[in-house]
Write a protein that binds this ligand. Structure first.
Ligand SMILES: Cc1ncc(COP(=O)(O)O)c(C=O)c1O
Length: 409
């Protein structure tokens, strides 16, 4: 049984000085009580909470950790840059090195701009599309997550209807719904924003229909609008390049963050020459956007991803995880959906209400040393070893047993 004494004390202190005790996607307030709120550290595919409990990490900091925690090459590059300087009066040469590497690595990119968070990047993509086209309307999929700014936050508190007045909505993978929304926007259509696959938190995931992706590209071309790919969650985990490159569909603009620097704070907007003018005209900046350490970490991350065949390693580990979990679900006779790419899977129990079974499952998995999530897709890192996988599958077997027992009660 895991101990959480230190975590409980920290939560008590946090409640007094942090609104709600915690906020945002890392709040453990609505998770089963087995989840620690505070973490001490991690290495490879293992993480430790503040009470010293160890877990195999299948959330990877909600995506940023792609090579494993404290990857030696990434941390060495970051430390070398830190010894020179990080936050200065001007960016280091490392910014140009990184922009060149991104342009070489991502097929549709002729230029790169750097920022901090995924929300910075998706918001910048919209601003650049509007600056370039001189139009206002942006189409997004209903229920898709593109960040936490007033125009896109899923929780409306503190926002106004005017924040979204220039947005239109379509249904993911339903081209006719995009055509309808585009017709409504008429000659004011600036961009269509889309994620590489449907990964709305809490729902079964849906891979993109290649015909849908091609249809969006054709629609944007026909209307002179920008196709914006939100690669914040998937970028450099599904493919070493934009996530739609394997489909042969290139966006005009793409938003990146999360895995780009293996956990160091960085985001990027990449674009083609047709949108360079708009990118040049907008004023976008931030106090920490030019920090050199995360850029050095990003260069090391992207280089290691290629040299260590990390995308393939993740795909192999993800496939083994899927196979193992689905075999267990069958043997416990529990009907489940296991959706999304193998490296970003999500498990739901058929007919589960209010994540009741998902909570039982993930809480027991956590007790067994596997850190999963009941309502958010999981992330596989390239650091997963055979021993990590074996431990996870032992924990999930016990977790299925707990669900079976819970149903029987
Ligand atoms: C697809 C997608 N877009 C944008 C964002 C926003 O990124 P950030 O939280 O870094 O602002 C996220 C974060 O989860 C995301 O998954």
């Amino acid at each position: 049984m895991t101990e959480h004494a230190t975590d409980r004390l920290l939560r008590d202190r946090a409640r007094a000085v942090i609104p709600g005790g915690m906020y945002g996607h890392q709040s453990a307030v609505s998770l089963p009580p087995e989840y620690p709120q505070f973490m001490r550290g991690g290495r490879g595919a293992r993480v430790w909470d503040v009470d010293g409990n160890e877990y195999v990490d299948l959330m990877c900091s909600y995506g940023p950790v792609v090579l494993g925690h404290q990857h030696p090459r990434v941390e060495a590059a970051a430390a070398a840059q830190a010894a020179l300087g990080d936050c200065q009066n001007a960016p280091g040469p490392v910014m140009v090195d990184l922009a060149e590497l991104l342009v070489r690595t991502v097929r549709h990119a002729d230029w790169a701009m750097l920022a901090k968070n995924g929300t910075d990047a998706t918001t910048m993509c919209c601003t650049i599309a509007r600056a370039q086209t001189g139009r206002r309307k942006i189409l997004a999929a209903t229920g898709a997550y593109h960040g936490a700014a007033p125009w896109c936050t899923p929780r409306p508190a503190g926002t106004t209807p005017e924040d979204r007045v220039n947005l239109g909505y379509y249904t993911y993978n339903d081209l006719a719904s995009v055509q309808r929304a585009a017709a409504e926007a008429g000659d004011d259509l600036a961009a269509i924003l889309v994620s590489p696959f449907r990964h709305d938190a809490g729902y079964d995931q849906e891979l993109v229909d290649p015909a849908f992706a091609r249809g969006l590209r054709a629609l944007c071309d026909a209307n002179g609008a920008a196709l914006i790919l939100d690669d914040v969650r998937c970028g450099f985990r599904l493919h070493l390049g934009s996530s739609w490159e394997p489909l042969g569909v290139d966006p005009d603009l793409s938003a990146w963050s999360k895995a780009i620097a293996n956990g160091h704070p960085l985001a990027a907007v990449l674009g083609g020459d047709a949108f360079r003018g708009g990118a040049q005209r907008v004023f976008v900046t931030g106090s920490f956007w030019f920090s050199a350490v995360p850029m050095a970490a990003a260069i090391a991350t992207i280089t290691a991803l290629g040299e260590e065949n990390a995308v393939e390693a993740m795909a192999r580990a993800g496939a083994a995880l899927r196979e193992g979990i689905l075999a267990q679900a069958r043997s416990w006779e529990l009907p489940v959906s296991y959706t999304g790419p193998a490296v970003m899977p999500f498990l739901t129990f058929t007919g589960d209400r209010d994540y009741e079974l998902a909570n039982v499952f993930t809480a027991q998995a956590l007790r067994g040393g596997a850190y999963l999530h009941p309502r958010h897709n999981w992330f596989v890192s390239a650091a997963m070893t055979g021993a990590d996988l074996a431990l996870v599958l032992e924990a999930t077997d016990q977790a299925f047993a707990a669900v079976r027992k819970h149903i029987g009660q």
